[in-house]
Design a protein around this ligand. Structure first.
Ligand SMILES: Nc1ncnc2c1ncn2[C@@H]1O[C@H](COP(=O)(O)OP(=O)(O)O)[C@@H](O)[C@H]1O
Ligand SMILES: [Mg+2]
Length: 300
């Protein structure tokens, strides 16, 4: 295992190394076209080149090539089982925690190989935080939930200020400032999810990954989180998995549509990237018939 210090050095110098390390723009092997047309010189946060994921023998995601841009909200959409969560988990090495999962291909984060030998997955997950489908606060006070990350990573600074800043960024401060010592389980579902976002923000990540963050919430709480995402976008790069197409259309700048190809012989479903473009284009004028069928609610 590499030492923490080496890794911190490696990751904190990423910005300076972007120009040196980043390969040329990815090209879709099938079409010979750049996988992200029209992106120009915008800063790339993630570059995926032929990323595939297997669970044991089963190929769950095949050959994904795409760029994810700095301070964009990128939505991953597609039918259940097409590998959206699997692909999202590649971005911060959460698949490392699933023993049968194997990731292949190349994945660059600000020009740095996320799966490189010097990279510490714990550090990766601090920079690239994650919010899950079901709010999962710890059975602790509101304050301690937010302070948890900064305390474990030994963040410097006044803890009260760190906690307040994170709660303000998550649009939760006014609702909880008078009950910071109360248990987080006493909050509503929507508040718990914003608390989880605050907990993620508290460690000052660069990217927030969200896996269907609103699917357990009512419409009002959902609208709150969507508003919050618009605010967070000023500061963070966000990648969201959603099966709610209206949500993707409302919140995201770019949308990647995935589908599952079924192997007749083995019945294994393998996720492939069908189309990736500006959200407006994907929803109003998709380039692939499969995307059109999906976004218009027609399958087949
Ligand atoms: N931990 C796991 N072990 C084995 N197979 C898994 C695991 N997680 C997901 N899969 C399989 O990988 C495929 C993609 O799943 P997933 O990424 O959850 O899709 P989505 O998020 O698009 O619904 C599915 O066939 C699913 O059964
Ligand atoms: Mg999923």
């Amino acid at each position: 295992m590499p030492s923490r210090q080496t890794t911190n050095e490696t990751l904190s110098s990423t910005d300076r190394r972007v120009a040196a390390l980043a390969p040329g723009p990815p090209v879709n092997i099938a079409t010979g076209q750049a996988a992200d047309p029209g992106a120009g010189e915008r800063e790339v946060t993630f570059r995926l080149e032929g990323v595939s994921v297997r669970y044991g023998e089963a190929l769950a995601v095949k050959d994904v090539t795409m760029d994810i841009h700095h301070k964009d909200i990128t939505a991953l959409i597609g039918p259940s089982g097409c590998g959206k969560s699997t692909l999202l988990r590649c971005l911060n090495r959460m698949n490392d925690l699933i023993p049968s999962a194997r990731v292949s291909g190349r994945l660059w984060y600000h020009g740095e190989d996320v799966y490189g030998p010097k990279v510490d997955p714990v550090q990766v997950r601090k920079l690239i935080g994650m919010v899950f489908q079901k709010p999962n606060p710890f059975p602790k006070s509101i304050y301690d939930n937010v302070a948890f990350g900064p305390r474990t990573t030994g963040m410097k600074g006044d803890m009260d200020e760190i906690v307040e800043r994170a709660l303000r960024s998550a649009a939760l401060w006014d609702e909880v400032k008078d009950r910071l010592k109360e248990n987080a389980y006493g909050m509503s579902g929507g508040q718990q999810q914003r608390l989880c976002i605050a907990r993620c923000i508290a460690t000052e990540p660069d990217v927030i990954l969200m896996d269907e963050p609103c699917s357990a919430l009512d419409p009002i709480s959902t609208a709150r989180i969507e508003d919050l995402m618009h605010e967070l976008k000023e500061q963070y790069t966000i990648v969201i998995v959603t099966h709610n197409m209206q949500q993707a259309a409302r919140v995201s700048d770019r949308t990647a549509f995935f589908t599952a190809e079924v192997d007749e012989a083995t019945d294994v479903r393998t996720g492939v990237l069908v189309e990736y473009d500006r959200t407006e284009k994907v929803f109003s004028n998709p380039g692939d018939e499969r995307t059109e069928n999906y976004v218009t609610g027609r399958f087949g």
